[in-house]
Design a protein. Sequence first.
Length: 358
Amino acid sequence: MKHRHLAAVIFSMLMLSLALSGCGSAPVKGTLFGPPVGKAPFLRKPRATISIPAIVDARPKEEHEGATVGTRLFIFFGVGVHIRREGNFITNDFLASEQAPAELRTLAMQWIAQEGIAAKVVADGDSDYELRLTIEHLYGTHFAANKQTIVVVGGGNRTDAVVDVHSRNYAPYGNVILKAELVDKRSNAAVWTEHVPGYAQRPAGEERIAEAQNALQLAVADALSTLSQRVGAALDRLGNGPSGPPMVLAAGSAMPPVFAIERMSRFRDFIERVYVDTSSGKVLRHEISPAMDRFSSRPGDWLLSRITAEGVELSPEGYEAFARSLANRYDLRMVDDAAHYHFFGVLGTGAPAASKLP
């Protein structure tokens, strides 16, 4: 009877421990629809039309199948039990969305249309550009590391239990990576391609699966917001450059004799600055210096420097006029940064290549 009583106590505490280490209420079917679709931050006057064909799902099989936090059980007969629950939970198709490509396509069309990126956004049909999307990663996840040891000691008419619990549940997060390619349908040539990430995090709590699903929805919204910005920037890059009267220089020349371009390094630790002879386009000097403002621009893009070859920092009006003075010979275009013009070389030497980080 004594051993049966101990076994009953251990079994009851084991079931309670397993219940407490669960993931909250029963999981529900996932969907990517959640946060409200964004809206235009400012009034645009788009001219181009965009179509978005069916999205390609290129996720690895692990993201379709998902993963659960593994539980390992060690029983010390007549004494107690040790439970270890540790590992990554990853959403599967049911918990993320069984219709992920179709839902993402609908959301992408809604985001781009709502933010005013294009004059018209369609699924199929006539358009100036085709936006081809590939899902490379899309999942919600959380990590858990829980350890429990239960020791039951019985003596006489008394039964004592010692419980040691170490529990650590990390915040769930969602991760999305899309490959985006903008194709000019008139030439069937890709004019822009980029990997677009999306990320979101939710607080740790008892409803860990539900929070991972919410984090994934927020990550999708984050990726589509970034996608809208980048597609709009690509269309601006293809169509907009400095305009207006040229800068009036003291020397009487239509253009400054030397100008500087610069780009941020990949890890934002240094700036490359190149001084160019305006008339010939030849490089006169190349400098590398520590990045004083690591977030002044996107890594890898060549920009017209706001500091002249003489070391004068231009005001916004002076910088605009400086760009206009160079626009008759050099390809300078606004992309996604109102504070800088991107530099694409001498006019007529070729269209801007697909934007990629080095």
